[in-house]
Design a protein. Structure first.
Length: 372
């Protein structure tokens, strides 16, 4: 299902919220250079374009390739359209010079150093102030109603694709073929594609958290870890993991599976507004450690999702970020035994005003993971 076109005022509202943050930071405007952040603030889905945001001086710096697309996606937005002889950096210099601003913030985690050096050289009277991650952490981390609806759709697409894959698994199918089947199914059901290249890992390969599938037949090698997600036409993503049982994996891995599942459920129960991310992480991490598997759980418990697959906030032992209603996060504890196999279970969770809601519904109990 194609995403409904978002009304132009929604992007206006987002830019107004950014203007309030810029006022608090004592700058007049901000040069937004991150492609996803430009999209979030304007609705523009193209690339090679920057956005200047300030009171009375909002301008998208782009080129003529996108003339029709811009008219359709963000009508009414003020444009500076550079020609083929002018570089994007030169266009930015021109726009900033015309704006007569004196204090402009920039995305210090995204702006290329060479571009910053050019701006400082060409505009010596302009003070450029680094501002890191404000759009990601203060704006994009909190989803509005339509973003939540799109994420629900991304979860639905992913789960339908997984159901189809599970029904079509055979011992002769390879990891790569399984990954391709997931993408084919997502597109067939109306999605734009996978959220990221799917991880399909059989047997001992399941011990590699970010494994890339190969032409290895699934056979009957115990565990099959599948980490996948779907992307909607509007760009929002889901991220799920299930560990299937191709054949009885033995008592040790049954214990590991039940430990990971219980750890995940403990963490999900701790998710609520005001809760610190490190506290949620500890609920799962401490339980896994108490079960004797702590040294084999080496990554963070989860992360935000949205227009990108990894967004703010992040669950880790060091994160003091407090959860807020509208955040959508993954919860994905895992235990990985090198040379033997691994178990990861992941769901997408919405922070609600009074707790949380697990958006994904694919079964994950031990008996449901058995094939055949």
């Amino acid at each position: 299902m194609a995403a409904p076109r978002e009304p132009h005022h929604r992007y206006r509202h987002r830019r107004d919220k950014l203007l309030s943050l810029l006022k608090a930071a004592d700058v007049q405007a901000m040069l937004v250079t991150g492609e996803v952040n430009v999209r979030y603030l304007t609705g523009f889905t193209g690339d090679s374009s920057y956005l200047l945001v300030g009171p009375g001086c909002e301008r998208l710096i782009t080129d003529s390739r996108y003339a029709t697309q811009l008219e359709e996606e963000c009508p009414g937005l003020d444009l500076y359209v550079r020609n083929v002889k002018q570089s994007l950096t030169a266009a930015v210099v021109t726009v900033l010079r015309q704006s007569q601003l004196s204090r402009v913030a920039y995305e210090s985690h995204l702006l290329v150093a060479e571009v910053l050096e050019t701006l400082n050289t060409e505009l010596p009277a302009l003070t450029l102030r680094p501002l890191r991650g404000v759009i990601e952490s203060e704006l994009r981390a909190i989803k509005d109603d339509q973003e939540i609806a799109e994420t629900r759709e991304a979860v639905r697409l992913a789960e339908k694709a997984f159901d189809l894959l599970r029904a079509s698994l055979t011992p002769a199918m390879t990891e790569l073929e399984a990954a391709w089947e997931l993408e084919r199914a997502v597109r067939m059901f109306g999605g734009a594609g996978l959220s990221f290249p799917a991880i399909v890992a059989v047997g001992d390969r399941a011990a590699l958290p970010h494994y890339r599938p190969r032409r290895t037949p699934l056979g009957a090698k115990g565990l099959l870890l599948v980490d996948w997600g779907a992307q909607t036409e509007g760009g929002y993503r889901s991220d799920l993991t299930r560990t299937l049982l191709l054949s009885p994996p033995g008592r040790k891995f049954e214990t590991i599976y039940r430990t990971v599942l219980q750890a995940q459920q403990r963490a999900i129960r701790a998710i609520r507004p005001g809760q610190k991310c490190r506290v949620v992480d500890a609920k799962a991490r401490d339980y896994i450690a108490q079960a004797g598997f702590g040294k084999w759980f080496g990554h963070g418990l989860g992360h935000g999702i949205g227009l990108e697959i990894h967004e703010s906030p992040r669950f880790s032992p060091t994160s003091d970020t407090e959860l807020k209603p509208g955040m959508i996060v993954t919860v994905e504890p895992g235990v990985y035994l090198p040379g033997q196999g691994g178990v990861r279970i992941e769901d997408d969770v919405l922070v609600t005003p009074d707790g949380c809601e697990v958006l994904s519904t694919t079964p994950k109990d031990w008996d449901s993971m058995r094939l055949g």
